[in-house]
Write a protein of this length. Structure first.
Length: 147
């Protein structure tokens, strides 16, 4: 179940590129009014945070993972997250520079989203809408705000 922290939904985003982290944090801030992005600079810290959540804690409404990260890449993170029982139904998106068919098939095999990173900040409204589109319907209605 996705819960609110105060009036905010939580999105977990793991990416080793500080510019990409900032882009997503800013996009959600600019295009939504009730989403807080928790940024993690690597897969290890994101997994540590998620593994320390309990079933009664506030659950993220969306998890965004970069595929190409050192230490623990997005695919490995995805595999570990799907082993955490109370996170099995949380929508996940692989957000990456990859256009590889192999990576797209990997995402499809886990029934998660696959979005190629934008080339510019001008594309961020569309990307933010697409990311929110992976959330469950009740979350989309509340945080979407722009159709």
């Amino acid at each position: 179940m996705t819960d609110l922290i105060g009036e905010e939904y939580v999105v977990v985003y793991a990416d080793d590129d500080p510019d990409d982290l900032e882009l997503i944090v800013d996009a959600f801030h600019n295009y939504t009014s009730n989403v807080r992005v928790l940024p993690f600079f690597d897969g290890v810290s994101a997994i540590s945070y998620l593994q320390n959540l309990s079933a009664s804690d506030n659950t993220p409404c969306l998890i965004i993972l970069d595929i190409n990260m050192p230490k623990l890449d997005g695919k490995e993170c995805l595999t570990k997250i799907r082993r955490i029982s109370w996170l099995k139904n949380v929508p996940i998106v692989l957000f990456t520079t990859s256009v590889s068919d192999r990576d797209k098939e990997f995402a499809k095999s886990f029934n998660v989203g696959f979005i190629t990173k934008p080339l510019s900040a001008l594309q961020m409204k569309r990307i933010t809408q697409e990311l929110i589109g992976h959330c469950v319907d009740d979350v989309k209605r509340i945080i979407g705000g722009f159709n």
